[in-house]
Design a protein around this ligand. Structure first.
Ligand SMILES: [Zn+2]
Length: 215
Protein backbone atom coordinates (compact mmCIF):
# COMPACT_ATOMS: atom_id res chain seq x y z
CA UNK A 1 0.00 0.00 0.00
CA UNK A 2 1.36 3.39 -0.99
CA UNK A 3 0.36 6.66 0.67
CA UNK A 4 1.06 10.04 -0.91
CA UNK A 5 0.72 12.67 1.80
CA UNK A 6 0.83 15.72 -0.41
CA UNK A 7 0.14 16.10 -4.12
CA UNK A 8 -1.44 18.79 -6.26
CA UNK A 9 -3.34 16.37 -8.43
CA UNK A 10 -4.70 12.89 -8.22
CA UNK A 11 -2.18 10.47 -9.73
CA UNK A 12 -4.09 7.24 -9.07
CA UNK A 13 -1.04 5.30 -8.00
CA UNK A 14 -1.48 5.20 -4.24
CA UNK A 15 -4.21 3.94 -1.95
CA UNK A 16 -4.31 7.33 -0.24
CA UNK A 17 -3.49 10.50 -2.14
CA UNK A 18 -3.97 13.63 -0.11
CA UNK A 19 -4.66 16.18 -2.82
CA UNK A 20 -4.03 19.84 -2.06
CA UNK A 21 -7.33 21.30 -3.24
CA UNK A 22 -8.27 24.87 -4.06
CA UNK A 23 -11.23 26.22 -2.14
CA UNK A 24 -14.35 26.04 -4.24
CA UNK A 25 -13.04 23.23 -6.46
CA UNK A 26 -16.02 21.03 -7.23
CA UNK A 27 -14.13 18.00 -8.43
CA UNK A 28 -13.46 16.31 -5.16
CA UNK A 29 -10.83 13.59 -5.01
CA UNK A 30 -11.17 10.85 -2.38
CA UNK A 31 -9.04 12.70 0.15
CA UNK A 32 -7.81 16.25 0.21
CA UNK A 33 -6.58 19.18 2.24
CA UNK A 34 -7.64 22.81 2.09
CA UNK A 35 -5.54 25.81 2.98
CA UNK A 36 -4.39 29.30 2.06
CA UNK A 37 -0.89 29.12 0.61
CA UNK A 38 1.45 32.01 1.56
CA UNK A 39 2.06 32.79 -2.11
CA UNK A 40 -1.58 33.39 -2.90
CA UNK A 41 -2.90 35.48 -0.02
CA UNK A 42 -4.60 38.68 -1.13
CA UNK A 43 -5.28 41.59 1.13
CA UNK A 44 -8.77 42.16 -0.22
CA UNK A 45 -9.98 38.60 -0.13
CA UNK A 46 -8.17 36.82 2.67
CA UNK A 47 -10.91 37.24 5.27
CA UNK A 48 -13.55 35.83 2.96
CA UNK A 49 -11.21 32.96 2.03
CA UNK A 50 -10.62 32.15 5.69
CA UNK A 51 -14.34 32.15 6.29
CA UNK A 52 -14.83 29.75 3.40
CA UNK A 53 -12.01 27.58 4.74
CA UNK A 54 -13.55 27.51 8.21
CA UNK A 55 -16.62 25.83 6.74
CA UNK A 56 -14.93 23.60 4.15
CA UNK A 57 -12.52 21.93 6.58
CA UNK A 58 -15.44 20.18 8.24
CA UNK A 59 -15.93 18.00 5.15
CA UNK A 60 -15.20 14.42 6.11
CA UNK A 61 -12.76 13.75 3.29
CA UNK A 62 -10.77 16.88 4.08
CA UNK A 63 -8.08 15.29 6.23
CA UNK A 64 -5.85 18.28 6.92
CA UNK A 65 -5.50 22.06 6.83
CA UNK A 66 -2.87 23.21 4.32
CA UNK A 67 -0.69 23.68 2.68
CA UNK A 68 -0.30 26.85 4.67
CA UNK A 69 2.58 28.56 6.42
CA UNK A 70 5.22 31.23 5.97
CA UNK A 71 7.53 32.10 3.10
CA UNK A 72 10.10 34.89 3.27
CA UNK A 73 10.51 34.72 -0.51
CA UNK A 74 6.83 35.29 -1.15
CA UNK A 75 5.79 38.73 -2.39
CA UNK A 76 2.94 38.75 0.11
CA UNK A 77 3.52 41.01 3.10
CA UNK A 78 5.03 38.91 5.90
CA UNK A 79 2.76 40.38 8.59
CA UNK A 80 -0.24 39.39 6.54
CA UNK A 81 1.20 35.91 6.01
CA UNK A 82 1.53 35.49 9.77
CA UNK A 83 -1.98 36.73 10.41
CA UNK A 84 -3.41 34.26 7.89
CA UNK A 85 -1.26 31.43 9.19
CA UNK A 86 -2.36 32.02 12.79
CA UNK A 87 -5.98 31.98 11.65
CA UNK A 88 -5.34 28.59 10.02
CA UNK A 89 -3.67 27.22 13.17
CA UNK A 90 -6.86 28.12 15.02
CA UNK A 91 -9.07 26.54 12.38
CA UNK A 92 -7.05 23.31 12.45
CA UNK A 93 -7.30 23.16 16.23
CA UNK A 94 -11.04 23.74 16.14
CA UNK A 95 -11.59 20.75 13.86
CA UNK A 96 -8.64 18.77 15.28
CA UNK A 97 -7.04 18.10 11.90
CA UNK A 98 -3.29 18.20 11.17
CA UNK A 99 -1.54 21.15 9.55
CA UNK A 100 0.44 20.67 6.34
CA UNK A 101 3.12 23.32 6.30
CA UNK A 102 4.92 25.22 3.56
CA UNK A 103 7.87 27.03 5.12
CA UNK A 104 10.70 28.93 3.43
CA UNK A 105 13.34 30.76 5.46
CA UNK A 106 10.96 31.35 8.34
CA UNK A 107 11.31 28.40 10.70
CA UNK A 108 11.77 30.52 13.84
CA UNK A 109 8.59 32.40 13.08
CA UNK A 110 6.83 29.13 12.26
CA UNK A 111 7.69 27.64 15.66
CA UNK A 112 6.72 30.88 17.42
CA UNK A 113 3.35 31.14 15.70
CA UNK A 114 2.52 27.53 16.61
CA UNK A 115 3.62 27.81 20.22
CA UNK A 116 2.16 31.24 20.93
CA UNK A 117 -1.18 30.00 19.67
CA UNK A 118 -1.09 26.86 21.77
CA UNK A 119 -1.17 24.52 18.80
CA UNK A 120 -2.20 20.97 19.71
CA UNK A 121 -2.66 19.33 16.29
CA UNK A 122 0.10 17.42 14.45
CA UNK A 123 2.30 19.52 12.18
CA UNK A 124 3.76 18.13 8.96
CA UNK A 125 6.41 20.22 7.27
CA UNK A 126 6.08 19.26 3.64
CA UNK A 127 8.80 19.27 0.97
CA UNK A 128 11.43 19.36 3.68
CA UNK A 129 14.92 19.98 2.31
CA UNK A 130 16.64 21.98 5.02
CA UNK A 131 19.74 21.50 7.11
CA UNK A 132 20.35 19.34 10.17
CA UNK A 133 19.98 22.17 12.67
CA UNK A 134 16.53 23.05 11.44
CA UNK A 135 15.56 19.37 11.31
CA UNK A 136 16.67 18.92 14.93
CA UNK A 137 14.74 21.96 16.15
CA UNK A 138 11.59 20.75 14.42
CA UNK A 139 11.98 17.21 15.77
CA UNK A 140 12.33 18.67 19.27
CA UNK A 141 9.11 20.58 18.67
CA UNK A 142 7.41 17.27 17.90
CA UNK A 143 6.89 18.04 14.23
CA UNK A 144 6.62 15.61 11.35
CA UNK A 145 8.19 15.83 7.92
CA UNK A 146 7.09 14.96 4.43
CA UNK A 147 9.84 14.21 1.94
CA UNK A 148 9.49 14.28 -1.82
CA UNK A 149 11.54 14.82 -4.92
CA UNK A 150 14.53 16.23 -3.00
CA UNK A 151 15.24 12.62 -1.96
CA UNK A 152 16.29 11.95 -5.53
CA UNK A 153 19.56 13.80 -4.87
CA UNK A 154 21.73 11.60 -2.67
CA UNK A 155 23.54 14.58 -1.27
CA UNK A 156 20.45 16.64 -0.58
CA UNK A 157 19.48 17.89 2.85
CA UNK A 158 16.33 15.80 2.57
CA UNK A 159 18.39 12.62 2.06
CA UNK A 160 20.37 13.46 5.21
CA UNK A 161 17.34 14.50 7.23
CA UNK A 162 15.35 11.35 6.51
CA UNK A 163 18.07 9.34 8.24
CA UNK A 164 17.97 11.52 11.35
CA UNK A 165 14.38 12.47 12.05
CA UNK A 166 13.20 9.02 13.11
CA UNK A 167 10.93 6.63 11.23
CA UNK A 168 7.83 7.62 13.15
CA UNK A 169 8.20 11.24 12.14
CA UNK A 170 8.03 11.25 8.38
CA UNK A 171 5.81 10.81 5.35
CA UNK A 172 6.42 10.66 1.61
CA UNK A 173 4.93 12.85 -1.10
CA UNK A 174 5.15 13.83 -4.75
CA UNK A 175 4.00 17.47 -4.31
CA UNK A 176 3.89 19.02 -7.80
CA UNK A 177 6.44 16.64 -9.37
CA UNK A 178 5.37 14.46 -12.26
CA UNK A 179 6.69 11.27 -10.72
CA UNK A 180 5.16 8.23 -9.13
CA UNK A 181 5.04 7.99 -5.36
CA UNK A 182 6.39 4.47 -5.85
CA UNK A 183 9.66 5.97 -7.01
CA UNK A 184 9.89 8.12 -3.86
CA UNK A 185 9.31 5.01 -1.71
CA UNK A 186 12.08 3.19 -3.57
CA UNK A 187 14.48 6.09 -3.02
CA UNK A 188 13.61 6.30 0.68
CA UNK A 189 14.24 2.57 0.96
CA UNK A 190 17.63 2.91 -0.74
CA UNK A 191 18.73 5.89 1.36
CA UNK A 192 17.66 4.30 4.64
CA UNK A 193 18.83 0.82 3.70
CA UNK A 194 15.48 -0.57 4.79
CA UNK A 195 13.26 -2.95 2.86
CA UNK A 196 10.45 -1.17 1.01
CA UNK A 197 7.82 -3.33 2.72
CA UNK A 198 8.96 -2.03 6.09
CA UNK A 199 8.70 1.56 4.82
CA UNK A 200 5.17 0.86 3.63
CA UNK A 201 4.18 -0.53 7.02
CA UNK A 202 5.74 2.45 8.77
CA UNK A 203 4.03 5.00 6.50
CA UNK A 204 0.71 3.26 7.12
CA UNK A 205 1.24 3.34 10.89
CA UNK A 206 2.32 6.98 10.78
CA UNK A 207 -0.67 7.96 8.69
CA UNK A 208 -3.11 6.22 11.02
CA UNK A 209 -1.53 7.84 14.04
CA UNK A 210 -1.12 11.39 12.78
CA UNK A 211 -4.30 11.67 10.72
CA UNK A 212 -6.34 9.62 13.17
CA UNK A 213 -7.45 7.53 10.21
CA UNK A 214 -8.22 3.81 10.07
CA UNK A 215 -6.66 2.00 7.11
ZN1 LIG B 1 2.63 21.56 -2.48
Amino acid sequence: MFINTHTHKQLYDAKIELVNLDLGNREKPNYYSYGLHPWFIEKDTHLACLQELRIAVHEKRCLAVGECGLDKLSKVDFELQQEVFVAQIKIANEVKKPLIIHCVKAFNELVNCLNLNDNKVPVIVHGFNNNENIARILVNEGMHFSFGKALLGYDSNAAKAIKNVGRKNFFLETDDAEISIKYIYRKASEILGIDEEIIKEQMKANFQEVFNFKL
